[in-house]
Design a protein around this ligand. Structure first.
Ligand SMILES: Cc1cc2nc3c(=O)[nH]c(=O)nc-3n(C[C@H](O)[C@H](O)[C@H](O)COP(=O)(O)O)c2cc1C
Length: 216
């Protein structure tokens, strides 16, 4: 697979990640496509859990069923399966990415609530000091959201808002999705060329006030 902006293969050093074991949680925020795209491009062993609300939103936004999403991963568990092996800290995984992450799931994790498999795996990731990336999608944010996000960042989680940048000059919605997902891969430690990185502002653009440099 090639990137539509750079024309390059998505991964360099792909083999380095062949043994990576990642859990992807998809929760009921808008942007289920972030989760499905992540599953498409993530190397290694992929396990997916889809919340009930995410499953309904997937149908609305993408016309995808739960089974369609499961087909993108090596294995799946239902979100009520608290007897799943991954609910225990004794079972190793390298990283958890929740994409998209609803404000509700983020807040539950920040408060130590483990009432479904996704929030339980997140609690495990925190207590076992494993990599956890939450790709939040909510706007605007209340002070409750912000303080919960701060608690998570202090506890070691990577909290990312799903916000595409415009300096790579996206030409399509897909480019914008790939920017966000590429940044998630970066945080997971997966080398990728899913988006065009900032190269120092050598390019010029013409705006209403004439030629100006693109700023980050
Ligand atoms: C169409 C639709 C879009 C939604 N978008 C968002 C969103 O972008 N962010 C968010 O935090 N919640 C959103 N919600 C609300 C969550 O789905 C709701 O809080 C749900 O309880 C989250 O459950 P979950 O985190 O277990 O999936 C949306 C709900 C619907 C029906």
């Amino acid at each position: 697979m090639r990137n539509s902006l750079t024309g390059e293969e998505f991964f360099s050093g792909h083999h380095l990640h062949a043994t990576m074991n990642t859990i992807v949680g998809i929760t009921g925020a808008s942007g289920v496509v972030y989760g499905t795209r992540l599953l498409e491009v993530l190397p290694g062993r992929k396990t997916v859990i889809v919340s009930e609300e995410a499953s309904r939103i997937a149908q609305v936004e993408l016309g995808m069923t739960e089974s369609d999403i499961y087909a993108l991963a090596d294995r799946h568990f239902t979100n009520d399966d608290m007897f799943s092996p991954i609910a225990s800290g004794s079972v190793k995984f390298d990283a958890l990415a929740i994409a998209p992450c609803s404000a509700s799931t983020m807040s539950k994790i920040a408060c130590g609530i483990s009432d479904n498999l996704i929030t339980r795996v997140a609690a495990v990731a925190l207590k076992e000091r494993r990599k956890m990336v939450l790709l939040m999608r909510e706007s605007p944010l209340s002070s409750i959201h912000l303080s919960n996000m701060e608690r998570l960042a202090c506890a070691g989680a990577v909290v990312m808002p799903a916000s595409p940048a415009f300096y790579p000059k996206p030409k399509s919605v897909q480019d914008m999705i790939d920017f966000v997902v590429g940044r998630v891969l970066d945080e997971l430690g997966v080398e990728n060329r899913l988006y065009r990185r900032w190269s120092g502002g050598a390019e010029k653009v013409t705006g209403s006030r004439g030629s100006r440099r693109i700023r980050r």
